[in-house]
Design a protein around this ligand. Sequence first.
Ligand code: CAA
Length: 380
Amino acid sequence: MNFDLTEEQISIRDAAKDFAENEIAPSAVERDLTAEFPHEIVKKLGELGFMGMMVSHEWGGAGMDTISYVLAIEEISKVDASVGVIMSVNNSLVCFGIEKWGSDFQKEKYLKPLASGNLLGAFCLSEPEAGSDATHQSTEAVLDGDHYVINGMKNWITNGVQCDVYFLQAMTDKSKGYKGISTFIIDKNTPGLEIGKKEDKMGIRSSDTCTLGLNNVRVPVENLLGEEGIGFKIAMETLNGGRIGVAAQALGIAQASLEASVKYSKVRKAFDSTISELQSIQFKLAEMSTDIESARLMIYSAALNKDNKKSYVKEASMAKLLASQAAVSCALEAIQIHGGYGYVREYLVERFLRDSKITQIYEGTSEIQKLVIAREILRS
Ligand code: CAA
């Protein structure tokens, strides 16, 4: 496996790093406090091609590979993991799904503006009674002439308040279980959609998360993605790629925690030297760095398989499992290295811990990743 980055990948990483440091970092602390959505930043990300990175040029995307995508998400999440998830949901869930299963009409109407950052997408699978157990959908879509009438409730929707388009799963035939689930593209201004309260979250506070009620929402048949009954397959396959994005987001948080710890340990003095001279601190840095590099290699492996059109189900779940563990443990260790300063808002590391935890929960909990990995191993 060759993980040498190409010149193009390096230039994309550098562009993302530059944008993150100059355009995102200055407002990151304030937005964490106010939980304000980064409208201007998302607009500029669209102009740079970062909202539809892997979408082909034909449909208004940047036509980049998954490794480039991972590099960009890592750089952006190092500075602000909220922006990382806004970008990742639009790229790997919504754009990917529409490009893979959408009709030309859907690609023209939705994918082009989503890929160029003119529209923002949200992914709606989870329900109050269907989180990890995602086959258990209650939201129902009933055909009525040339429209589907959709009723139900979705929750934990990233971008749910600020988006323009919902990518939503609903049951078209309850008797068929998960083979009766279908996917719809729904315009936000459709009557009957009720955006619930914005969640007051522990971390990734400037990305918005909400519930979505659907009360007799009429969706034209041309907004059904693919055909009836393949919605669960669409959800699972988009989530495989989404898990690579979340893993890259987690990697960014872990890397930021390490870099902050190295910097602090070289200036903080104790016992007549900087604390970087102490073996107790060195061991922590060594373990953090080892966890990060393991996660990075696993993420690249999943991304490379995806780009080479090989199966990446197991690798994506392994990457998310490892990287999210690394994010939480590196953020915790970063706080420990900073001592009392790590526990207060004056330093960034307490935010890294708050932002890290969700990476073990959304787009499939760590327990679900283990289940997916085990099933893939047992199947082979
Ligand atoms: N890739 C492709 N197909 C998959 C798959 C995967 N990762 N996981 C399951 N499938 C397929 C199975 O092969 C099966 O299809 P066939 O019958 O055609 O073979 C079908 O899906 C049903 O699978 P199971 O029989 O294994 O069903 P299960 O109920 O035992 O397990 C599950 C399913 C793996 C637990 C699944 O429900 C799951 O992944 N749950 C987690 C859901 C999740 O990640 N939610 C995150 C929501 S998005 C989000 O976080 C919001 C956001 O905005 C960030």
